[in-house]
Design a protein around this ligand. Sequence first.
Ligand code: MRU
Length: 379
Amino acid sequence: MADQYAHSGDDKRPTEIPAIRWEEPPEGPVLVLLDQTRLPAEEVELVCTDASALVEAIRSLAVRGAPLLGIAGAYGVALAAVRGFDVEEAAAALAGARPTAVNLAVGVRRAQSAHEAALAKGGDVGQAAATALAAARQLHREDAEASGRMAEHGLALLDELLPGGGHRILTHCNTGSLVSGGEGTAFAVALAAHRTGRLRRLWVDETRPLLQGARLTAYEAARSGMAYTLLTDNAAGSLFAAGEVDAVLIGADRITADGSVANKVGSYPLAVLARYHHVPFIVVAPVTTVDLDTADGASIEVEQRPGHEVTEVTAPQVPVAGVEAGGGIPVAPLGTQAYNPAFDVTPSELVTAIVTEEGVVSPVTAEALAELCARSRRV
Ligand code: MRU
């Protein structure tokens, strides 16, 4: 296929896009989010002064993506503590805001445990709040570092699986700096391939219905200057059939003890296609996404989203002149029921490798994942 399909990003803004930050203006501490529902049309910030505003931002996907949800959850607990709200109540609301990405509950728990430990040691509420904030900041830093290490391991794996470079990589949903303290997970590997001259093209699935690929990954790709091409999700099959995909790189929202991978709906069909066409299917995720307490894919709670996300083209996901944010343009007859799971689950036998900051698991087995988690706890 001719390279006429590749758009080389010409956006000269920095690749790093800070998706979240803690600020302390005179009126009191706040959590500032880049509102991802408004991208790419507008770069608008959302200022959260309490955990309930953050819960709403999580539900509406203003802040999203597994690693970033963990960071947001931890800061949310710190925000409740610093502003004198009931920390337990806030933590429960935050952890339950979305069910599938395990990082959210992990991040919340991390700040909450730090808070509890400080109180148990006899610290006052101010010291406990400061400890919760320090835990959130630490998680934020660790995620940034993990990102860099995932990129290194992922690049080495690509070299091993696809010697010679010139990679044409297909990705789904959004996994760059919009979901991370660093450059992301799967996207960070593609970025490393781009920077070292190994990436020929990033194929970007649009990712129906909320268009994380079209709106967010294309936005990140354009800023990085890499060659990328957008496709509708259902065009992926013909792309594989044409021999145009060398590897699939995706992120994950939860990886269970048996190696099943929950990720944005549409990932599983890509894994099936990849197996049929003998193309590596690679999952890139931090160790915090591995959930050994969930035995298998069938035990994962898959978030079901409202039907209107499918039956309407929703503003502001696609800003439309004359349509208010939150309003939608119907694309199905009024009253149509929709099936709208936010995620699907890919069984381990379809996953070539899981790339983490601690190294690569391949083949993906329960034993190898348990060993990886044990190793990561030791360091
Ligand atoms: O519903 P979203 O947009 O939060 O879903 C995000 C994804 O599915 C990502 O692929 C996943 O969180 C991995 S991000 C590194």
